[in-house]
Design a binder for this molecule. Structure first.
Ligand SMILES: [Zn+2]
Length: 471
């Protein structure tokens, strides 16, 4: 889940080029009365008794057949159902006709990106047998619990969000001099709420009911009831990036069930958004027993306990997970986790170092990862990747593949592009090639020959068959 900071609700001064009337806006101080009145006239609004004007028709209905994306000049922002019913017919034939579409707030360019995404829309995957139930969680309201034992990587649920939107919208407004920053924040929150109302009304009644039943920890900061719930329950989506925008605003989705999953600093599940099915997938990050509560993380798990508790304050609870309860030991353990990519580079370049120099250290830190329940953290992926690379360099294909398999499992759970080649992205092809010629120092002579042979061989083909075997 993402908590949305008030400071992200931004105002945007109109950046339209000066109109025929020659009005240009170049001040954040607000407008004098004469200029303000001219802008009001331009929008066809009555300026009397108002200190600000919101630009009308900023948000468009993309489902409206008469909508023209090129009319505005800028990339328009609007709302629509995703996948649209016309496209969803494809999935209906495959037995997903009970699924609703997600009500989305997005830029037109992102809509185009989603439409051109390979295999969009794909049918929603289902676990073979029901894997969870939502029930009361002592001290936490409700939570999600495993109905049966789940293995690492197993799908718990794939769920299409009820609502999806950016963390903030730029509300375009002009204001009179003397209108304060706080006033502008209030107006932005109000306008954000109005937009959410428009989108909320488009949801099926059962989703409206489910949405209003979600927790709201933003009741005293000016957020309306819809925005409050959006900010409390939003699950961040970092795979949904608008290719035409430079800023990587992370969108948030609100789910009926996955938004009920509680937090742990050592979560046993990972979630990722799949654009093709337009669903969040929740998967076990390690084996989960029947009856165990399923958890994800809402905060930065590598921070020490006191900082994590601060980050969790907006959600209105204090974490009592095993790591927070035992924070003196846990903080020390978490602080010991760090990237081993530099160590790997050193090992590749210095042949006098023992063969297991990096592997040993990776295994030591993987043990810490497991003690702390951090199997969804990218460092875990890095250690698996490094061990696999080391075994590959040492010529032990069996071990190399075994760790690569665990790495593939990690990717299945976490999917995010941020995780890809976390450790090795800076190392470059040359060093990777060098790693393949790495030999243990104790058998220098024999291995020298082998290394020559190895170098002549094409790059190891070990990863190839994995695609079929890992699932
Ligand atoms: Zn905790």
């Amino acid at each position: 889940m993402t908590t949305i900071d008030l400071t992200q609700i931004t105002q945007k001064l109109l950046h339209d080029s000066p109109g025929d009337d020659g009005i240009s806006l170049d001040t954040s101080q607000g407008l004098d009365d004469a200029t303000f009145n001219k802008w009001a006239k331009r929008f066809g609004l009555d300026p009397e008794g108002s200190n600000y004007i919101v630009r009308p028709n900023q948000f468009h209905d993309f489902d409206d057949a008469s909508f023209d994306p090129d009319a505005d000049g800028d990339v328009p922002i609007g709302y629509m159902t995703m996948p649209p019913p016309s496209k969803r017919a494809i999935t209906e034939t495959e037995g997903n006709d009970d699924e609703f579409g997600t009500e989305c707030i997005l830029r037109y360019s992102l809509k185009e990106h989603i439409f051109s995404y390979p295999h969009f829309p794909s049918p929603i995957p289902r676990p073979e047998k029901p894997a969870y139930e939502i029930r009361e969680s002592p001290g936490k309201g409700v939570g999600m619990y495993a109905l049966r034992a789940l293995s690492a990587g197993e799908l718990i649920i794939a769920e299409r969000p009820m609502l999806l939107g950016p963390p903030a919208v730029n509300v375009q407004l002009v204001w009179r001099r003397g209108f304060t920053h706080e006033d502008k924040s209030k107006v932005s929150l109000l306008e954000w709420e109005k937009l959410l109302e428009t989108v909320f009304k488009r949801m099926p009644p059962e989703n409206q009911k489910a949405y209003m039943e979600l927790a709201n920890s933003h009741t005293h900061d000016g957020s309306g009831p819809l925005l409050g719930r959006f900010r409390t329950n939003g699950l961040g989506i970092d795979t949904l990036v608008d290719p035409f925008r430079t800023s990587h605003a992370i969108h948030s989705g609100i789910c009926k069930d996955i938004s009920r999953v509680n937090h742990s600093c050592g979560p046993n599940a990972g979630r990722a958004f799949d654009i093709a099915t337009f669903c969040f997938e929740l998967r076990a990050a390690r084996p989960i027993s029947a009856g165990e509560e399923i958890t994800i993380h809402y905060c930065s798990v590598m921070d020490k306990c006191s900082l994590r508790q601060d980050q969790l304050k907006p959600y209105g609870f204090r974490c009592t997970c095993p790591s927070c309860t035992n924070h003196v030991v846990s903080d020390k353990r978490r602080a010991s986790l760090h990237s081993l990519a530099p160590l790997f580079m050193q090992w590749m370049q210095d042949r006098s170092l023992p063969g297991d120099y990096v592997i040993k250290e990776c295994l030591r830190l993987i043990a810490v990862i497991k003690e702390e329940g951090l199997e969804t953290h990218p460092l875990y992926r890095e250690y698996l990747e490094l061990i696999s690379k080391c075994y590959d360099a040492l010529g032990d294909v069996g071990q190399s593949v075994s760790f690569l398999r665990q790495l593939k499992l990690f990717d299945k759970v976490n999917k995010s592009p941020l995780y890809a080649s976390y450790a090795l992205k800076q190392l470059g092809e040359q060093l990777i090639a060098l790693s393949r010629a790495r030999v243990p120092p104790e058998s220098e002579k024999k291995k020298k020959k082998k290394s020559k042979k190895k170098a002549a061989k094409p790059a190891d083909a070990a990863p190839e068959p994995l695609e079929e075997t890992v699932d």
